[in-house]
Design a protein around this ligand. Structure first.
Ligand code: DP6
Length: 331
């Protein structure tokens, strides 16, 4: 076993993944909806995987022995087998650092599992292409499948029960379009419910779930066309609709759940007022309280200032399209 060091950037879904397919093994973690994302330059995870006397997971300089560690080592087991090895996996030290703003609550599982997958496979000296690595990253966390690449990435849900047609692919590179994502952090509270559990509750109890899954197909194709045409008003309308259909699906679950706080709503409303006044930008929110605004590079500073002044906003970070994930094997 070698020591390998990987860097993967976080991504934000412009068309969301929410829900898992139930016609396939749970282990494959196949999404019920395809998704389209933008990889972000300012938010990333670096992870080193190397030999050790026993399994140890250190995240941001703190050793973890909890659920997070179990998921990390389950992923290493998967990578060991996928690299073609038989028998027991060698023990490993996984050292990971999140370069995400400290008030966090910002998704780290996407960049985290992408970096872990790249570093783990290189440490186990496996020779798999990026598409296969992306499928392995997806088994750790669905959104991680998209963080193998920079720029704009599409993850198709596929239909095959073996999941072979559920693949992520880079659509357009970082130089395609000079857009920005203004990430507005609202006061972080404890997450109401994890994504996996939230998706399951939506699927089993929300009367809107079927409509959500059905509508996602055309959202994805229309978003891709708007992206190719660099048509921000059309893309932005789809981005907002995808986001709020997903949150409506959560609200209509039983019991209902909502990731927003009061500031989330204030930021959303302020963004819509600004747009009504002619400042172009579109809102998206994930399984957390923070608000992200998709806009052009020319308006990003105005957006950041305007939303950063709102009460309850803790920090604002403007992200450009980010690069591919990469890995190096250390001597
Ligand atoms: C709202 O990728 O965290 O951010 O596959 O269960 O680990 P698991 O879920 P995860 O879910 C991401 C949900 C989302 C939308 C998205 O990123 O597409």
């Amino acid at each position: 076993m070698k020591t390998a060091h990987a860097v993967a950037h976080s991504n934000i879904a412009l068309c969301k993944y929410w829900g898992k397919r139930i016609d396939a093994p749970v282990e494959l973690n196949l999404p019920a909806t395809g998704s389209l994302s933008l990889t972000l330059d300012g938010l990333w995870t670096e992870t080193e995987v190397g030999p050790s006397a026993s399994d140890r997971f250190v995240l941001d300089d703190v050793t973890h022995g909890d659920d997070a560690a179990r998921k990390v080592f389950a992923q290493l087991d998967r990578l060991w087998r996928a690299a073609g090895h038989q028998g027991a996996r060698p023990a490993a030290l996984v050292r990971s650092t999140n370069h995400l703003p400290t008030a966090a609550g910002l998704a780290s599982s996407a960049s985290g599992f992408a970096a872990l997958t790249l570093a783990g496979m290189a440490a186990f000296e496996g020779d798999l292409d990026r598409t296969r690595l992306s499928a392995l990253a997806r088994m750790g966390s669905g959104s991680a499948a998209r963080s193998l690449w920079g720029g704009f990435v599409r993850l198709d849900r596929g239909n095959r029960p073996d999941g072979e047609d559920c693949v992520a692919r880079p659509l357009l590179g970082t130089d395609h379009w000079d857009v920005r994502l203004v990430v507005v952090q609202t006061t972080a509270g404890k997450k109401v419910i994890g994504s996996t559990a939230g998706m399951e509750r939506s699927r089993t109890t929300s009367p809107y779930y079927g409509a959500w899954v059905e509508g996602s197909v055309s959202d994805l194709d229309r978003a891709q066309a708007a992206l190719l045409a660099r048509d921000l008003p059309t893309l932005g309308a789809i981005v907002e609709h995808s986001c709020f259909k997903m949150h409506a699906c959560m609200l209509a679950s039983s019991p209902p759940f909502l990731y927003w706080n009061g500031t989330t709503v204030e930021v959303m409303r302020a963004a819509w007022s600004a747009r009504a006044e002619g400042l172009e930008g579109y809102v998206t929110i994930d399984a957390g309280p923070h608000v992200k605004v998709l806009c052009t590079s020319a308006t990003a500073a105005t957006w950041a200032k305007r939303l950063g002044e709102l009460p309850g906003v803790v920090a604002v970070q403007t992200c450009a399209p980010g690069p591919d994930a990469h890995v190096e094997v250390r001597p």
